[in-house]
Design a protein around this ligand. Structure first.
Ligand code: FAD
Length: 158
């Protein structure tokens, strides 16, 4: 999609770097697929996202990726992660900027997200895998309380 300025001049090319599939917007079951064609056309390695190291630099020196489109090496989890959540985009941007300024810092935050689905709020932190054991603890609402209660799910290696 081409952007147009107030004088009718093109602003450049708007890059839709990810594609949202399935589910209805905001209902929590969307699948976000990265669009890596531009990076690949430039000779930058990509797979499930644009591949970057823990400083968020691609294999092309001086070229960085952050947020939904970036598949970053996580130095603590020792794996490559592409996290399509707001908090990651928020925190990876400054890390990429620091690297560009010659002040490299590793991006080593654990994945996390929050989401509000109607009147239910969810928070998640860490990295669960399909083979992990799930423990759910339900904290029921007390009859004399105005709180709505909550459930805590914990994942541990099976
Ligand atoms: C329906 C929906 C619901 C979501 N709900 C949650 C949630 O509850 N919790 C959560 O943690 N995350 C949620 N997310 C995910 C979260 O919104 C994304 O992870 C986050 O916005 C990604 O940020 P980003 O900067 O990587 O990409 P974007 O937010 O897509 O930002 C990219 C920006 O770059 C701009 N751009 C593109 N090309 C150019 C160009 N050539 N020049 C200048 N600018 C350009 C675009 O206009 C855009 O503003 C949701 C996403 C969707 C789609």
């Amino acid at each position: 999609m081409a952007g147009v300025g107030d004088q009718g001049r093109p602003l450049g090319r708007r890059l839709d770097l990810v594609e949202v599939l399935g589910g209805q917007a905001g209902q929590g079951n969307d699948v976000v697929l990265p669009r890596t064609e531009l990076a690949e056309a430039a000779g930058i390695a990509a797979g499930d996202g644009v591949l970057v190291d823990e400083w968020l630099e691609t294999i092309a020196p001086g070229v960085y990726a952050a947020g939904d489109v970036a598949a970053a090496w996580h130095p603590l989890l020792r794996t490559r992660l592409r996290v399509a959540h707001w908090a990651t985009a928020l925190h990876q941007g400054p890390v990429a900027a620091r690297a560009m300024l010659g002040l490299p810092t590793r991006y080593e935050r654990l994945p996390s997200f929050f989401s509000d689905q109607y009147d239910v709020s969810m928070e998640y932190s860490g990295l669960a895998t399909a083979s992990d054991r799930v423990v759910v603890r339900v904290i029921r609402r007390r009859a004399d309380s105005s709180s709505s209660g909550c459930a805590v799910s914990m994942w541990s290696p099976a």
